[in-house]
Design a protein around this ligand. Structure first.
Ligand SMILES: [Zn+2]
Length: 215
């Protein structure tokens, strides 16, 4: 019993230390599904099981950001296939190619990242994602941009219906969780002197919306 109490005290002390070092920041605000509210006009034809992405750099941004973007693009492109596999718990594959299921533009201006749907006669004819690398005056880090990219890709399928608002779950958790990518804003954890830690895995209900709830 004494031993258990000692362990508990040590744990409390450890948690207090962590609480002092860590601050939780809300990063990567997302506009959700621009030009879409409620139910999808048509069922998305893109498969989360085999997803191809065209990731490219836009024209916008100041000189410092335009200098940073090509390297960021290469880093995101290099990490995205594995990140997608991890996020989908091994159920989805992702490939980078020029002629892809979806275009993702890395934009060096400040703005709200979003999936945009382009409609013709009420039908969705194409979808594009814009990921902004700057939020206000803050230049986003690679972990934040990875989480934002996964989040925006998730919007191809998620989330609609009860418990959601503008494409996001309305029951945003009060603290950081690495599981669950479809909240707004997304919460990343920042420790002094190191890169933010952001959500990396889709939750069960997200995977279900993406058609990836099988074993
Ligand atoms: Zn969103």
């Amino acid at each position: 019993m004494r031993r258990a109490t000692g362990t508990y005290r040590a744990l409390v002390a450890l948690l207090r230390t962590i609480a002092l070092v860590l601050i939780v920041v809300a990063a990567s605000g997302c506009g959700g599904l621009a030009s879409l509210r409620g139910m999808p006009t048509i069922a998305p034809l893109i498969s989360a099981t085999f997803l191809s992405v065209h990731l490219f750099v836009g024209d916008g941004g100041d000189a410092q950001e335009r200098a940073r973007l090509p390297e960021l693009r290469d880093s995101i492109a290099g990490a995205l296939p594995t990140a997608w596999s991890v996020a989908t718990r091994g159920r989805g594959k992702l490939a980078l190619r020029t002629d892809a299921d979806i275009d993702v533009k890395l934009d060096g201006t400040s703005g709200t990242s979003a999936l945009m749907q382009h409609k013709l006669g009420g039908r969705v004819v194409s979808q594009t994602i814009t990921v902004h690398s700057v939020e206000g005056s803050r230049r986003l880090t690679l972990p934040e941009l990875m989480a934002t990219t996964l989040h925006e890709l998730g919007h191809i399928w998620c989330c609609f219906g009860s418990g959601t608002q503008d494409g996001h779950w309305s029951d945003t958790p009060p603290s950081f969780s690495s599981v669950g990518m479809m909240y707004s804003p997304m919460t990343c954890q920042v420790a002094a002197g190191s890169d933010p830690v952001c959500p990396t895995v889709f939750s069960d209900r997200e995977l279900a919306e993406m058609g990836l709830n099988g074993p």
